[in-house]
Design a protein around this ligand. Sequence first.
Ligand code: SF4
Length: 356
Amino acid sequence: MKIGDKQYSLRFDSKQWSGRVDSISRSLLQWYRNQGRDLPWRNSQDPYCIWVSEIMLQQTQVERVKEYFHNFLLRFPTVFELAKAEEAVVLKYWEGLGYYRRARQLHLAAKKIVSDYDGKFPQDVRALQQLPGIGRYTAGAIASIAFDLPEPILEANSRRVLARLIHFDSPLSGGKSEQPLWDVAASLVPRDGGAGAFNQALMDLGSLICRPVSPFCNECSLVDHCQAYQLGNVDRIPYMPKRKSTQKLEEKAYVLVHEGKLLVVRRQPGEWWEGLWDFPRTIPENMAARGPQRHQGVISYSVTHHKITCQVLSKMISQRPAVRRHKRWLLPREIQKLPMTSPGRRIARLAEKVLF
Ligand code: SF4
């Protein structure tokens, strides 16, 4: 089958495919008009809102993003407000959403849009991809939804729909392995208006109908075109190579207390949660501890493919040595205002309950 100027050995032949393109687009758009999701960021064509929502949606469920999107836009209503904010404030508004690198890159990109483009988003996918944190998918989403440019997108939901549609059964492990699906997406996206709606329709169909397990094929507007359905291979496609197995780790976290204040440390570059505050995982050598070490509880959390069990211990510190900028002695109410890692926030609650 030929897609664009490339030849692929897929089950459609080129003639069949080009004969179906219009029908697939039409069916999908009609379904979307009646059944598409009503999401807060869908009421806007402002590239800033679309960009913020797309970055939040990476690795995060829609329902969770809804909670954060509203507050984030209230605090940073424009790219100018975001660019001039302190990084710590941006992280605070991201706290609990996870994958904090996204927030730091969003902030850096906002500064670049203000300094290099006068606060106006470039209307070109190549220029968009030069901005921190904007990859091929996000650039395509901004260009198609905000500027109605015929740019394709490929993310988890649309990838699944397209792979099933053309019975693409090769392993999908990112990068070049996904190029055929990018080409299919590009061949389908309407050139004469409606690119943004089409891309959003594809994502919605993947989310609501073409689910990873037990898709609702009987309700699907693309069923007549779907090769995986017709060949009875829906459960096998897309073929994703196995993820890394989970690694179990154990660690200790310390609540060090001096005159009602607790020691917190800021995560450094190269560490998980860079820029966020947390409790130390060791007792600094220059601190003189007094009294017994107390067991405050155990928390468990996951980061990437690690599952971590953390024992929380507390210790009184008799003398408080000077600490560097990435460490602070703070009252619990001051700690509440810091952007914190999610285990750090749980340790703080545990410490408050038991110590005060
Ligand atoms: S027919 Fe089934 S597998 Fe094919 S696109 Fe529709 S929901 Fe997905």
